[in-house]
Write a protein that binds this ligand. Structure first.
Ligand code: IPD
Ligand code: CA
Ligand code: CA
Length: 259
């Protein structure tokens, strides 16, 4: 069944959709028409760009693959007849975006029976298009990506993030940060999980962990890491999607410090 879908065509289309969504982002970026509203907490914001970007992606998927299901951050589940499901984060990094910080992305994953087979992450401000098809490598444009080859924490720069309930839930990654930071060369909080994972795939970050993500944050980016020769493992099952990503050696060393 999986092979019946032309994945090269799907990848080309997903890149077109991501560029179109990215144009929507840029049309609002650093402007005064953002219409910023809060969601799960005062720290969790949504803008007009998130909503228009998702509407665009849902429309394009529906036009091209009317039988496929969709899971979108802003509109939830759209049921479909097929075992294919598109998992989209229409704007990952909304806090950055709403502040005028340029690190934000569109993330589009395609799953077959729950397994990710294709991913696109596009960072419109930088014009960076990351792509992967399962079994065929991860790319930034034409350049094949490879995870970092480092083997120790002391030479490593890692990415992480903090959950939106950090103000009320002590299981907020601050204990992890305190445990691992002294052993690292550096730490970065990019503000978009999809981009953290692409940076890990490219070796720009040596590794990444985060608690309480949603599937749309990491679906496409996790495939990038795996197709760049890395691993993505679950940190634990009781805190949303909590993952560690990087080369297998560093993932093991991160897991010794964070939980
Ligand atoms: C968020 C970003 C952020 C991560 C949060 C996500 P959003 O997504 O990926 O880096 O720390 O957990 O929710 O809300 O900007 O789409
Ligand atoms: Ca997100
Ligand atoms: Ca989002």
């Amino acid at each position: 069944m999986a092979m019946e879908l032309d994945l090269d065509r799907a990848l080309a289309l997903a890149q077109e959709w991501a560029k179109e969504a990215g144009e929507i982002h840029l049309s609002y970026f650093r402007g005064n028409r953002l219409d910023i509203q809060t969601k799960s907490s005062v720290y969790d914001v949504v803008t007009r760009a998130d909503k228009e970007s998702e509407a665009c992606l849902v429309a394009r998927i529906g036009e091209n693959y009317p039988e496929h299901a969709i899971l979108g951050e802003e509109t939830g589940e759209h049921a479909g007849e097929s075992a294919y499901r598109w998992v989209v984060d229409p704007l990952d990094g909304t806090n950055n975006f709403s502040q005028g910080l340029p690190i934000f992305t569109v993330s589009i994953g395609l799953q077959y029976e729950g397994k990710t087979v294709l991913g696109v992450v596009y960072a419109p401000y930088f014009g960076e298009m990351f792509t992967a098809i399962r079994g065929r490598g991860a790319y930034l444009g034409d350049r094949r990506l490879h995870v970092s080859a480092k083997r120790d924490l002391a030479h490593s720069v890692m990415g992480t993030g903090f959950p939106y309930d950090k103000g009320t839930n002590p299981d907020n990654n601050i204990p992890n940060l305190a445990a691992i930071l002294p052993f690292l060369r550096g730490i970065r909080r990019m503000g978009t999980a999809a981009y953290d994972l692409c940076c890990t795939a490219a070796g720009w970050l040596d590794g990444y962990w985060e608690l309480d993500l949603k599937l749309w944050d990491m679906c496409a980016g996790a495939l990038m890491v795996e197709e760049a020769g890395g691993v993505v493992v679950s940190l634990r099952e009781n805190r949303g999607v909590s993952i560690v990503a990087g080369n297998a050696v560093l993932v093991g060393k991160i897991r010794e410090k964070v939980r």
